[in-house]
Design a protein around this ligand. Structure first.
Ligand SMILES: NC(=O)c1ccc[n+]([C@@H]2O[C@H](COP(=O)([O-])OP(=O)(O)OC[C@H]3O[C@@H](n4cnc5c(N)ncnc54)[C@H](OP(=O)(O)O)[C@@H]3O)[C@@H](O)[C@H]2O)c1
Length: 295
């Protein structure tokens, strides 16, 4: 089975993005990403640190707004407004999950659509559904980039996606069904009947559910390409940290069946951050009246 490395693919993409940053800088445009982090969730802090590190690596400016766990919704919205109004800020993202007193949807909708580099705002979602996406949903576009760069065509293929969330499954199903990708897409969820049988019809099987080792051999057709979006932390006393990350797919169980698969970690995860940087570059370009930079 071939390993589809998101670590390697994201490195290749980041090199392309670095060149575009230099091009923008030669026009006195410096892409700037603002990240809002509310509270002390350790996983969120790691994600934010990785995003900032990637900004530095690519030559972006990054701004962090750290707010306490007991932040009120109105104070969070005030920070969003301040960043919306700052012409030096091209992209804004608010790390989720938010503490319970904050309303995530209201925050997403408060971010100006032209600065919504996560592509979560209903306006950008609507453009995607209309087949004219401006920003690309980060994790779904990362999946498409892995497939493209390893030479796996989606045109005419049966694609089965397990999971219908607003950030992975559903936007990925929309993207893959667009004319540019021409896949025949089936979206599955917790109420899907005969799930394993449906999955076995897939030329490309994508799992985004968040259950460790859920996808077993009887879900996979011989020769299928398997993309594992899941990131699940499981208890492992043999590991120095006492836990480790695994995907939704039982990698060992499918290795003699699948033609290729993404590992966890090192698969879709690093692609998501690279696509966030890609969207930030495009936010900077659009705000200067320039055309979309294509990957
Ligand atoms: N690689 C990355 O960068 C990245 C980015 C985002 C998320 N993730 C990971 O991807 C996973 C999914 O994230 P998410 O935000 O999309 O999750 P989510 O919002 O919890 O959605 C999970 C989806 O899986 C479906 N599901 C749950 N149990 C199922 C079952 N037994 N059979 C079939 N479908 C089932 C749910 O169905 P219902 O709709 O019927 O409830 C739902 O549609 C998580 O592990 C997350 O950490 C990774």
């Amino acid at each position: 089975m071939k390993i589809l490395s998101g670590t390697e693919t994201s490195k290749e993409i980041k090199e392309e993005l670095k060149k575009e940053v230099l091009n923008l800088k030669s026009m006195n445009i410096e892409p700037t990403l603002a990240v809002i982090l509310v509270g002390d969730d350790p996983a969120s802090a790691v994600y934010v640190r990785n995003k900032q590190r990637t900004c530095t690596e690519l030559g972006f400016q990054s701004i962090e707004r750290k707010m306490p766990e007991d932040t009120k919704q109105e104070d969070l919205l005030a920070v969003v407004k301040e960043l919306n109004d700052d012409p030096a800020v091209n992209g804004i993202l608010c790390q989720v999950p938010l503490p319970p007193q904050c309303n995530e949807q209201e925050v997403i909708q408060a971010i100006l659509p032209e600065k919504d580099v996560d592509c979560f705002h209903p306006y950008n979602y609507g453009l995607l559904a209309a087949g004219i996406p401006k920003f690309m949903p980060c994790t779904p576009f990362g999946v498409l980039q892995i497939l493209k760069r390893y030479g796996y065509e989606t045109k005419g293929k049966n694609v089965v996606i397990i999971g219908r969330s607003n950030i992975v499954g559903r936007p990925l199903s929309i993207l893959m069904s667009l004319k540019e990708w021409n896949a025949t897409v089936t979206v599955c969820h917790s109420q899907t009947a005969k799930l394993a049988e449906v999955c076995r019809s897939a030329d490309i099987l994508i799992s985004a559910i968040g259950i460790p080792n859920f996808v077993q051999a009887h879900y996979v057709k011989k020769g299928a390409v398997v993309i594992d979006v899941g990131i699940n932390r499981v208890h492992d006393p043999s590991h120095p940290k006492g836990s480790r990350l695994v995907g939704d797919v039982d990698f060992e169980a499918i290795k003699d069946l699948a033609e290729a698969a993404t590992p966890v970690p090192g698969g879709v995860g690093p692609m998501t951050i690279a696509m966030l940087m890609y969207n930030t570059i495009n936010a900077a370009r659009f705000q200067e009246g320039l055309e979309k930079f294509e990957l």
